[in-house]
Design a protein around this ligand. Sequence first.
Ligand code: HEC
Ligand code: HEC
Ligand code: HEC
Ligand code: HEC
Length: 434
Amino acid sequence: MKSSTTIFILFGIIVVLAAGLIGVLLYMNSRPAPTRGIPPLTAVDPLEPDSEQWGINFPNQYSSLKKTETNDERTAFGGSNPYSKLETDPRLVTLFAGYGFSKDYNEERGHLNSLIDVEATDRVGETTPGTCYSCKSADNPRLWNQMGMAEYDKTPFMELGAEIDHAIGCANCHDAESMALVVTNPALEEALRARGQDWTTFTRQEMRTVVCANCHVEYYFKGDGKYLTFPWEDGMAIEDIADYYADLQFNDWEHPQSGAPMIKMQHPEYELFTANSTHFNAGVACADCHMPYTRDGAAKYSTHDVKSPLLNAESACGQCHTDVAYVTNRVSTIQNQVNETMIATEEAILTAISTIAAAGLESGTDGQLLDEARWMHREAQLRWDFIAAENSMGFHNPEEALRILASATDLARQAAMKAVQAAGTPEVLPAETN
Ligand code: HEC
Ligand code: HEC
Ligand code: HEC
Ligand code: HEC
């Protein structure tokens, strides 16, 4: 055979093989992206508020979420039993005097009780804004989309209630089509943007924490429209948040005994955890401890039975720590220490309150100095409350919790001393400290 014929045949073979390869590549490219194993059994509408609909496709996630409705176990400082915090620690009745939390303040419980609990609390009434539903319902993403958040927040609680009949559910955390984790609360999106952050660029591990910040954060209702706002513009440390409220001259209520303009903290789990805690700095996410992987035969899924990890420590902590008994013991030690420190802070604030109240009754008390004492009462109590209202009794960030409580105690002592100075006599101090 002539060599030109050989080259021609070889060339032909190469063309045929290349065409075949291109064909295979084109075929693979045009196939749908791989889904999570099983194709969806049912199409779920975008923003569908009813978790049962999503549950048809994802029965394990749905049935584990359902467990949050009936969980009722108590732990030393947490758990799902809605015991009264006021009965456990009667100091709170004085600390929150003049405010709803002095009448009704229960330990929080599982996600599926969110609606029942917000509608049952004595803290809501005729004047309550709709904003109070913001972290309670899977109807929110749909309503925010339809009405816009400003309209939603302006609608009275009682009126908005007609639109809301699903507790927290899939739509609060997932996109229905891709099942990706999403930020659904416009207030979170705005707060992140104000800090130069765009959640759509976050990694999967970051989303496993930030999705909880849709709700587990400090917030307030801004202006007459009660616009839901996270006070993060100056930073997320308690000092930044205190400065933010001070600049705004914002207060939630006036304390009837001390006359101080007060701030109530909500549940700043996200802020405390992300303030350089050991776990956060090590890249651990909220979902690692609160939604550990669980097995159902061959299937592995994230449990959606979100609760105290002390109730399932083997799966919650055991994935990273070999000695689970040791680390749960550490939780107990940390929580007891934070609790003792916290009670000492409460005592110091109670002393400040009664000293300021007594100074206010003296004739000839210096009004300006007394106002300074009132301001210190406010600053002490909002710091204490940042740790008290946070739900882990300091575990999420022990160093930061103890640092904040120490500064709160210091401010409370200064408040009492300032009141003494204002009155010009130590007799305004309560008897036992006199
Ligand atoms: C390293 C594990 C870990 C991580 C990460 C973690 N938590 Fe926790 N969390 C705990 C433990 C332990 C408790 C204490 C439970 C108790 O006292 O029963 C707790 C308590 C709580 C509670 C109160 C539970 C109860 O039973 O009352 C809430 C709410 C909570 N965490 C939310 C969060 C959020 C939101 C994040 C992320 C911002 C987060 N946690 C990150 C371990 C963790
Ligand atoms: C849509 C708002 C919302 C989102 C999102 C949310 N939570 Fe909650 N969470 C709540 C509310 C409200 C409660 C209290 C419900 C009650 O007491 O009725 C709660 C309660 C809890 C509790 C206490 C459960 C118990 O049994 O005591 C834990 C723990 C918790 N959440 C962790 C998380 C974690 C971790 C994430 C993120 C993966 C998260 N939450 C996301 C609103 C939310
Ligand atoms: C409080 C927020 C929250 C709610 C409510 C929620 N999820 Fe999830 N879900 C998560 C987190 C966090 C993960 C872990 C995602 C990851 O690792 O990327 C997850 C993971 C998943 C996954 C991926 C597989 C797995 O198990 O890790 C599916 C599917 C899922 N959820 C379905 C649902 C369904 C269905 C509902 C409602 C019945 C629901 N989720 C409600 C937060 C939530
Ligand atoms: C995803 C992995 C992960 C999970 C889940 C996890 N941890 Fe950790 N934990 C770590 C890492 C990483 C460190 C830091 C280790 C170090 O620096 O030595 C740590 C440190 C600790 C420490 C020592 C902190 C200190 O400041 O000395 C305690 C206590 C602890 N974890 C308790 C727990 C408990 C309790 C749970 C379950 C509720 C838990 N961890 C779940 C990864 C994890």
